[in-house]
Ligand binder design. Sequence first.
Ligand code: NAD
Length: 246
Amino acid sequence: MRLQDKTALVTASGQGIGRATVERFLAEGATVIATDIDTSLLADLEDAQVYRLDVTQRADIAELARELGGLDILFNCAGMVPGGSILECNDATWEHSYALNVTAMFHMIQAFLPGMLNRGGGSIINMASLASSIKGIPNRFAYGTTKAAVIGLTKSVAADFMTQGIRCNAICPGTVESPSLHQRIEAQAQQQERDHSAVFQDFIDRQPMGRLGRPEEIAALATFLASDEAAFITGTTQLIDGGWAN
Ligand code: NAD
């Protein structure tokens, strides 16, 4: 068991990558605090400690950090995928994207890092994307901008705390089959007046491997980064994209 005796907190644990990671962390022996804005999605997670947490609410984050004390692993998974180019991006979309994709990580790390330092170290994992400073993807203006900021945030935290036992890494997936991906495909199908299956195939075709990633595959990478096997890894961007960036 690779995470025995470790305590981990995961944001956006309700579905998709966050959910798969909670399940994998539990299987690896961790004590897991599973959080999401929608607690109905956490109801069947019997082995985890479940909390409602909207990561855009700074006071709620601070209160939870006070209640929980120290962690060994913090997985900042919550994020949204706004569509459109710069011409379609209004201020509300821009601000909400920043609040959820970037500012939430600032507040989460600021709240939980002191407890981690008190324990002598820990692993912080931030969810970025291939769509970021790594690759420009059409119609992902606000998304790519915010995920690039996540990479900068990750490297900055890594640089400041690497001599104090803290590691901080970013995961950069290509397309992963999650509930919100299907919502995006449905929205695009309606907008373009095409079949769901045709748009779905477009998303598959972006990956040179000819398939989408699975949440469990991202969870496996998060588990490695969380574990002591990754003790020499910090400040990195971990691509997991079926060869898309190649
Ligand atoms: P998802 O989008 O299907 O689910 C997101 C979860 O986040 C839901 O359970 C939802 O309730 C929760 N959530 C929404 N707003 C929240 C808030 N304010 N506070 C706390 N929780 C909130 O999951 P996913 O597609 O696996 O995406 C998870 C992360 O992975 C996101 O950061 C996303 O940008 C990133 N990502 C996803 C893909 C992909 O193709 N699915 C690719 C690259 C990166």
